[in-house]
Write a protein that binds this ligand. Structure first.
Ligand SMILES: *Cc1c(COP(=O)(O)O)cnc(C)c1O
Length: 361
């Protein structure tokens, strides 16, 4: 299909074409059953196999064992996790690293349920950097980190050492885009619509020992992690279609060579765009002050004036590039270069940036 846009949408975002094609076929006739994936029972053997494969593939991609970790697929978006985490695990106090809008929203929910220590914050400079030191509480129930700050374009490459305190991470916008030391985390969650699939499902990875030792009991059934773990994501009707597409995307990640190959591609794509920014620093102004903090998923920059930014977005669109407008809260340009964003799209962007610079400097 040659009429694909160069899609830089921040989320919902680009998906692999092969995944879309497999999905298209399954929407009409899933697995030769004479029924659509939208028409089968979530309790059927066929759908159970899809959930089990997605769980196994997610663990395989991370190199984690099913003995130690559970993977569940739930609704409500990453935003529901902001509340579920403190509901299940906040007993007295939790540490939050406040490095962006989503991190702020996560901390806000926790404050409704217990004490929150902002172990570090970069709010003083509109989140344009990652804090270099954190004041962790040794007795915190957990530390919450947002590994990639989707709106501000920062990404923790190395996550601070939190000692023995359980580490919980919102990886919505860089899940499986970068290799991480997965075993360090007690809980990882990611809304699918950035890097894993369509909107409607959130993947949650939970260390079993953490759940057993720390989870609270007095939690409404649907908001309790144990419910969905025991039910193998089938306690109630899950987002069947979104799980199906997510499962296909996990297979695609493995076919591409797994995380090492995917990250190498993402690093190369990020370099293509950052190199142009760095070649013309008076014109393309990266918003992140420390280059080490720059995200390889969401790249953010400004042009000398809002008018030029608007012109940039308009001309990019004429060349088939969409989704480059910065988040409404910060403006500027944001290029979201998730796993399924082809290198060719970023090459097109980088070439356009050079031309735009030459014509408008
Ligand atoms: C997009 C995003 C969210 C919100 O996800 P929803 O699924 O819309 O609730 C949360 N955290 C991060 C880091 C995000 O990028």
């Amino acid at each position: 299909m040659s009429n694909r846009a160069h899609n830089f949408n921040p989320g919902p975002a680009v998906l692999p074409l092969s995944v879309l094609e497999e999905t298209r076929d399954a929407v009409v006739n899933f697995s030769n059953l004479g029924m659509s994936i939208l028409e089968i029972s979530h309790r059927s053997k066929d759908f159970e196999a899809i959930v089990q494969a997605a769980e196994a593939d997610a663990l395989a991609i991370m190199g984690l064992s099913a003995q130690d970790y559970s993977v569940i697929f739930v609704g409500g978006g990453a935003s529901l996790q902001f509340a579920m985490i403190p509901m299940n695990f906040l007993r007295t106090k939790a540490d939050y690293l406040v490095t962006g809008e989503w991190a702020t929203k996560a901390a806000k929910e926790a404050k409704l349920l217990g004490a929150v220590n902002e172990a570090a914050s970069s709010k003083d400079k509109n989140f344009n950097y990652l804090p270099k030191s954190c004041k962790f509480s040794p007795d915190a129930d957990y530390v919450h980190i947002t590994t990639n700050n989707t709106i501000y374009g920062t990404e923790w490459k190395a996550v601070p050492d939190v000692g023995a305190v359980p580490l919980i991470a919102d990886m919505s916008s860089d899940m499986f885009g970068i290799k991480r030391d997965w075993a360090r985390y007690s809980l990882i969650y990611a809304g699918a619509q950035k890097n894993l699939g369509p909107a409607g499902v959130t993947m949650v990875v939970i260390k079993k020992a953490f759940l057993e030792a720390k989870a609270k009991d007095q939690v409404p059934t649907m908001l309790k992690y144990k419910t969905h773990i025991d039910g193998k994501s089938l306690f109630n009707t899950p987002p069947v279609f979104a799980i199906f597409v997510l499962g296909k995307t996990l297979k695609w990640i493995q076919k591409e060579g797994g995380l090492a190959a995917i990250e190498a591609l993402n690093q190369a794509k990020a370099k293509l765009a950052y190199d142009v920014i760095d070649a013309h620093p008076g014109f393309y102004k990266g918003t992140v002050t420390d280059k080490a903090d720059r995200s390889i998923m969401n790249l953010t920059w400004n042009l000398p004036t809002p008018e030029l930014e608007e012109k940039f977005i308009g001309e990019a669109k004429k060349r088939g590039m969409v989704g480059l407008k910065g988040h409404r809260s910060v403006g500027g340009i944001r290029s979201s270069q998730y796993n399924a964003c082809p290198t060719e799209s970023v090459e097109t962007l980088a070439k356009f940036m050079e031309e735009f610079y030459a014509e408008n400097k």
